[in-house]
Design a protein around this ligand. Structure first.
Ligand SMILES: Cc1ncc(COP(=O)(O)O)c(C=O)c1O
Length: 376
């Protein structure tokens, strides 16, 4: 039995077939840039996120970059970023000439440690923080928000992995000043190409981003500021509008799959650890990883059993070649480094049924029974 980590063809097939007529109509219409369709999706997405304003852009990476620029982050400024995240979080900071300042994670949640962030802010001038709701787990921003606000530090949330994730009844993206989303095909709300969005309740930031995505222009051929071409393609917007309708259902079925995995692994408490979800957090269930000291052997074993897995992410940003000569100190990423060596992401999503999850769980159980060791 072959199990894919993810199967976009299978996942998107039903949405494409059900809405084929509307999608084809737009492709054949001869109009290839249609802001009205994009605006409609923006309205739907901001309702979903319960945010005041929403601007779509061409990628989650552009969303991060524009959020930084619109918040007034400048060349030479210091931006606190978690030691473990997808490289885009760090590159967005570097691209605008600011400095990514590494903050270690809490190894239990996989998220930036608030305690370590506090220590950093007390010892160094920090202009902005990017919280990343990695794996769909949500950062407890409320715990530290007052402290950051008193120091006039801007808060950006990288929500590329947290569509449908909440802190209490607040959707991710609304816990700080600006939230940025990715619609990269593999995301919870993945499109049929690249895409991204920014949400905010701040009108000034919203208006800045409207200009940034369109050559610094609000009115045709009038360019007030330096800007970019970063529009969400309208065919993608139509697809995303349809996919959004089933997002909650998809997150729920992922949550059931995670419960099933956890139940199946209950006999292996000494071998397998899970991502901890704190009180008041409803995760988006984007990635389900297990933590084990025998990660590499397990990955090899699963590969032989034709079960695809992924590692998010094998080399943490401060150890990437680009950042090597910036001399990030190991004490600022010890937990992130340890976690990156121990985690493996297991398949979850609509392409799998209960039998698939059972098969994966049994194979992993078989691996540990064969090994018979203790995990300390
Ligand atoms: C945490 C994180 N931030 C930013 C991005 C960048 O998004 P995109 O690939 O849409 O540019 C991604 C996605 O890959 C991500 O996972």
């Amino acid at each position: 039995m072959k199990i894919k980590y993810f199967d976009l063809k299978k996942i998107n097939h039903k949405i494409l077939m059900t809405n084929k007529k509307e999608i084809l109509k737009q492709i054949f219409s001869g109009q290839y840039i249609l802001p009205s369709i994009v605006n409609k999706f923006e309205n739907n997405f901001s309702k979903f996120c319960r945010s005041k304003y929403c601007v779509t852009v061409n990628s989650g990476h552009d969303a991060l970059k524009f959020a930084l620029i619109a918040c007034g982050v400048k060349r030479g400024d210091n931006v606190a970023v978690p030691a473990q995240t997808f490289i885009s979080t760090w590159f967005a900071v570097s691209e605008i000439g600011a400095n990514p300042i590494c903050v270690d994670i809490d190894i239990r949640t996989g998220l930036m440690s608030n305690e370590k962030l506090k220590n950093l802010v007390n010892s160094k001038k920090i202009n902005c923080v990017i919280f990343v709701h990695l794996f769909g787990n949500i950062c407890n921003i409320n715990e530290i928000k007052y402290f950051l606000k008193k120091k006039k530090i801007l808060i950006i949330e990288d929500c590329a992995q947290s569509h449908g994730g909440f802190y209490k009844n607040i959707h991710s993206g609304n816990l700080g000043d600006v939230g940025t989303f990715s619609f990269y095909p593999g995301k919870n709300l993945g499109g049929i190409g690249d895409g991204g969005a920014i949400v905010t309740k701040n009108k000034k930031i919203y208006e800045n981003i409207i200009k940034l995505r369109n050559y610094g222009s609000k009115k045709k051929y009038m360019h007030e500021t330096l800007g970019f071409n970063s529009r969400l393609n309208h065919i993608n917007a139509i697809f995303l509008k349809f996919k959004l309708k089933k997002l909650n259902q998809d997150i729920l079925s992922r949550s059931k799959q995670i419960k099933k995995y956890k139940k199946g692994f209950s006999k292996f408490q000494h071998d397998i650890k899970f991502m901890e979800v704190l009180k008041n957090i409803k995760p988006s269930n984007h990635i389900f990883y297990i933590r084990t000291k025998f990660r590499n052997q397990l990955v090899q074993f699963l590969k032989k059993s034709q079960i695809e897995t992924l590692i998010h992410y094998p080399i943490i940003p401060p150890l990437q070649k680009f950042y090597k000569n910036k001399f990030y100190r190991q004490k600022n990423f010890e937990n992130a480094l340890k976690l990156s060596k121990e985690i493996v992401s297991l398949p979850i999503g609509d392409h799998l049924n209960n039998k698939d999850i059972e098969y994966i769980t049994n194979q992993i159980g078989f691996f540990y029974k064969k090994k018979k060791y203790n995990f300390n």
